[in-house]
Ligand binder design. Structure first.
Ligand code: SAM
Length: 215
């Protein structure tokens, strides 16, 4: 799929819009200006790719709203060389934003169909992301510890596996809660293994589910 001057122009406008909405991290804005969001969406939604809205990506899932991607990425304080674990690969867009910022990205998706579709797409792109099919609640013990963990689905709880796999001093960003709305939380892991919590307002995500799904 092409990335035309029109796409680039629309992307510039979108980045300007999220900057106006309060995203101040220039590195996040620059990365989002580089990643062609339209190639992560079904062709029937191409004309909506540069609106600040979530959209369906199949299997009952969504590509997150660009503002939300920017907000979570800003909270994560990702930077070159950091090992980042993303739970909820979805379209692969968020993972590529992190890769563009120089992070070493590991991403887990539980839905087999979505995993296969996104894997195929990412193989054709230049951003390097390691994709895994599985239940993100279990993390990736083989590749732990991680400097950052980003959960991109609504988590009713945080598994001890994920806490164990976060480095001391590392950050975890998670939309936390069971209902329709969740509180965006940033957790920092302290020396004694406990988590210090900060809260950043209300967001709305699809739920984090267990086990592998074929739906
Ligand atoms: N980060 C994605 C993107 O850039 O397109 C959007 C993520 S979407 C809002 C949430 C994703 O989390 C869905 O693809 C869903 O299948 C996945 N998911 C839900 N529960 C999961 C789990 N336990 N492990 C891994 N992925 C999960």
């Amino acid at each position: 799929m092409q990335d035309t001057f029109r796409h680039k122009g629309l992307r510039k406008q979108l980045v300007e819009e999220i900057r106006r909405k309060g995203i101040t991290d220039v590195r996040v804005l620059e990365a989002m200006e580089k990643i062609p969001r339209h190639i992560f969406m079904d062709s029937s939604f191409l004309e909506f790719a540069y609106q600040d809205k979530p959209f369906p990506i199949g299997s009952g899932q969504t590509i997150s709203q660009p503002y939300t991607v920017a907000f979570q990425t800003m909270l994560l304080e990702a930077s070159r060389g950091l090992k980042v674990l993303e739970i909820g690969t979805g379209s692969g867009y968020q993972a590529c934003v992190l890769a563009e910022m120089g992070a070493k990205v590991y991403s887990i998706e539980r839905q087999r169909k979505l995993f296969a579709k996104t894997k195929l797409l990412l193989e054709s792109l230049s951003w390097k992301v390691q994709l895994f099919l599985g239940d993100g609640n279990l993390g990736l013990p083989k590749f732990a510890p991680f400097d950052r963990i980003l959960i991109t689905a609504a988590a009713p709880s945080i598994s001890t596996a994920l806490v164990d796999q976060l480095k001391v001093g590392g950050l975890m960003v998670v939309p936390f809660g069971e209902g329709a709305d969740q509180t965006m939380k940033r957790l920092i892991k302290l020396e004694d293994g406990s988590l210090k919590e900060e809260q950043f307002g209300i967001f709305r995500f699809v739920p984090l589910l267990g086990n592998i799904g074929n739906d």
